[in-house]
Design a binder for this molecule. Structure first.
Ligand code: SPV
Ligand code: MG
Length: 675
């Protein structure tokens, strides 16, 4: 900020205040919460970054100086006494202080009471300005300003046409101030009595063509002089209302940086700050999984000085909390005026309109260093020990999560980064499914456990390198029991969250073939022993083994499926996957209903490739925890690449093919330079 001084005029006798000014100057009158007019002014000046204050004194000057010193404020205060305070006006006080006024100045009468945002605006004004209000009626006896061509032509109590109510609170730039102060000096040094007893504004009126002061419209905000006890009552009750104003902001961040603190400090100036901390579920739905859980993020915000309340916000939408807390203001960066958050903003605007609340938006600037911090968070999220446990936590938190198939780094990036916005909500996949079918298909091989574990792990590594979302691994049959124990530990080490093994034995074929190919289901005893061995080998507490039941695929009936489910849970399975290749979901629903009627806690997983009409919401209502989209990305790829190959072959050139291809300049945008 340019160097700026404040000049507060406190020499007068304030006779209209009766007993309140019988033993002290008017500026020491209490207006709110043990604040006086002067202490409020000084505190507000200090908050806006003004360090140097000149106070003119006169009436009870000793009392005033002692009082100011007792406040122990971080300000350099100079007192200038107007010895003729009882026979002159403010113009003479300014004259007395003239040697100290060689900067831009904030000039105010000592009885001005204003809300903080008014002084903020005055200080921030580039042009010289005076506080006026176009919203209040013209006062009978107080200052009015006559406006012309966007500037103030005259100030006085006698003007009623083309005028607005005006208050003696100014910011005057150095050059303008010189013009005005020179004329004030002329007035005083003329020795004429009427020029020492008039308003300083009379001198301004003579030079207003050279001293350009613009009107700063404070509208209905508090900015008043206290001349009488009636004024005092009005101002005190306005201050009470202002001090009880509430401000609402919502945060989803798990790391606080300077940018957040700066907007919080701005919001606090508007009233008592309520911070909404977004629930883990809401954050995960639109951004990424929070590194720090809700309770810890709540504690982080609660520890910020001056935060009045911290509450939970359960969704991207502010509606519930606006209705509940009815804040006077909602504060946000202006970045949500467009983009996916726009519907959220629109809803905030209409909710606030219901009771007259206001949205205040501050310019949003995302500095590179904060972007780098976010990138580092992503790296942290991708680490095995952080990633592994997240699936279970998400399932517990959200009830139902979704996983999409990914078979290489690129499909991993698509699952990681694809996000769609609909009616103010954001949707993305929670996890990745490393399908045996797609992993094999990508290698041009059949899905018969031909692709060995080393190669399957390589696919996992490729995904891990460029993504952060949890991974569910299709472990086929799990192989021999003795091998499965090694697989479990390797998967844990890699950071995989869940392995699903199916109760088949011998040469495994893909379930989508059903009974068209020879497939043998494992015995309950054998498969249970495999689960037990896997659980015994497991080293980390969050890793999960899911038992996949093939009874419906192999047409062994619902009872067989339910029997097996019970046995596998008994053997230690954390989750049960029930599979079917029927288009109708009836047998799946029947299994789920019967299973859930006796087991409320074991996670349930479905792969609705065939029964694809059922929505996630319906699965969730029935008690399913994981919906896996097992092969859609691979199936989208095959026809597209086949068509490209054929088009080149038919045309003997690439042009026709290029017409429907995505340019590489767009593809490479999917690939981050650094994760
Ligand atoms: C896979 O995706 O490899 C599966 C699921 O095992 S399914 O293909 O439906 O059997
Ligand atoms: Mg498979």
């Amino acid at each position: 900020m340019k160097s700026m001084k404040a000049l507060i005029l406190n020499s007068g006798m304030g006779t209209r205040m009766g007993v309140l000014t019988s033993e002290q100057p008017k500026c020491m009158t209490e207006v709110s919460n043990h604040e006086t007019i002067l202490s409020r002014q000084l505190n507000t000046l200090s908050q806006v970054g003004i360090d140097d204050v000149i106070i003119t004194t006169g009436y009870y000057d000793g009392v005033l100086v002692n009082y100011v010193q007792s406040l122990e404020l971080p300000l350099n205060i100079t007192f200038v006494k107007n010895e003729k305070y009882d026979s002159t006006n403010y113009i003479y006080s300014i004259y007395c202080a003239r040697d100290y006024l060689d900067d831009d100045i904030i000039l105010m009468h000592g009885d001005m009471v204003f809300e903080n945002s008014v002084l903020n605006d005055v200080v921030a004004s580039n042009a010289s300005c005076m506080a006026v209000s176009s919203s209040v009626a013209l006062p009978e006896k107080d200052f009015k300003a006559v406006l012309k061509d966007g500037r103030i032509k005259e100030i006085g109590i006698e003007f009623f046409s083309e005028a607005v109510a005006a208050q003696p609170l100014y910011k005057i730039n150095k050059a303008d101030w010189k013009v005005w102060l020179d004329r004030i000096t002329d007035y005083i040094e003329s020795g004429e009595e009427n020029k020492q007893k008039c308003y300083a504004e009379n001198a301004f009126n003579e030079v207003s063509k050279e001293c350009i002061i613009t009107p700063l419209d404070v509208q209905n905000r508090l900015c008043n002089e206290v001349d009488t006890t009636e004024d005092l009552a009005v101002v005190s009750s306005r201050l009470h209302e202002i001090e009880n104003r509430t401000v609402y902001m919502c945060f989803s961040t798990d790391m606080l940086h300077g940018g957040h603190i700066s907007i919080i400090r701005k919001a606090q100036k508007l009233g008592k700050l309520i911070i909404g901390v977004m629930s883990d579920e809401a954050v995960a739905s639109y951004k990424r999984y929070p590194l720090i859980p809700y309770e810890d993020r709540k504690a982080m915000f609660s520890s910020i000085a001056g935060v009045w309340k911290v509450v939970k916000q359960d969704s991207l939408s502010y509606k519930t909390n606006i209705e509940k807390y009815q804040p006077d203001y909602v504060v946000h960066g202006d970045d949500w005026q467009c983009g996916f958050q726009k519907p959220v903003r629109d809803e905030v605007v209409s909710e606030l309109a219901v009771y007259g609340g206001r949205l205040v938006e501050f310019p949003y600037s995302s500095e590179q260093k904060y972007k780098d911090l976010e990138a580092r968070t992503k790296t942290e999220l991708s680490m095995p020990h952080v990633r592994r446990g997240r699936l279970k936590r998400s399932m517990e938190l959200q009830g139902l999560i979704t996983a999409m198939e990914a078979h290489d780094g690129l499909t991993g990036l698509i699952v990681e980064n694809t996000i769609v916005h609909d009616k103010g909500e954001a949707h993305q996949f929670d996890a990745m499914w490393v399908s045996s079918l797609c992993d094999s298909t990508a290698k041009g091989k059949p899905d018969i456990e031909l692709v060995d574990m080393t190669s399957r792990f390589r696919t996992i590594e490729d995904l891990m390198e460029v993504t952060t979302k949890p991974i569910i691994f299709d472990g086929d049959t799990g192989g021999r029991r003795e091998h499965f124990t090694y697989t479990v530990r390797s998967l844990e080490r890699l950071g995989v969250s869940m392995v699903i093994i199916e109760d088949k034995t011998g040469l495994k074929k893909n379930s989508l073939f059903g009974t068209e190919v020879e497939q043998t289901q494992d015995s309950i005893e054998n498969f249970s022993a495999k689960i037990r061995a896997g659980k015994a080998a497991q080293q980390t507490k969050e890793f999960m083994i899911c038992a996949r039941i093939e009874s419906l695929i192999l047409e062994k009936g619902l009872d067989d499926a339910l029997n097996r489910a019970r046995a596998y849970v008994e053997a230690g399975a954390d989750a049960i996957m029930i599979h079917s290749r029927k288009k109708e979901p009836d047998e799946i629903f029947e299994f789920i209903d019967q299973f859930r009627s006796v087991d409320k806690s074991t996670f349930l997983v479905v792969v609705p490739t065939s029964f694809n009409t059922v929505t996630e919401e319906e699965f969730k209502d029935r008690g399913v925890n994981v919906v896996i989209y097992a092969n859609q990305l691979m199936r989208a790829t095959v026809p597209a690449i086949q068509k490209a190959a054929e088009t080149v072959l038919i045309n003997h050139r690439a042009k026709e093919c290029d017409d429907f291809l995505m340019p590489f300049s767009e593809i490479i945008r999917l690939i981050p330079e650094e994760v």
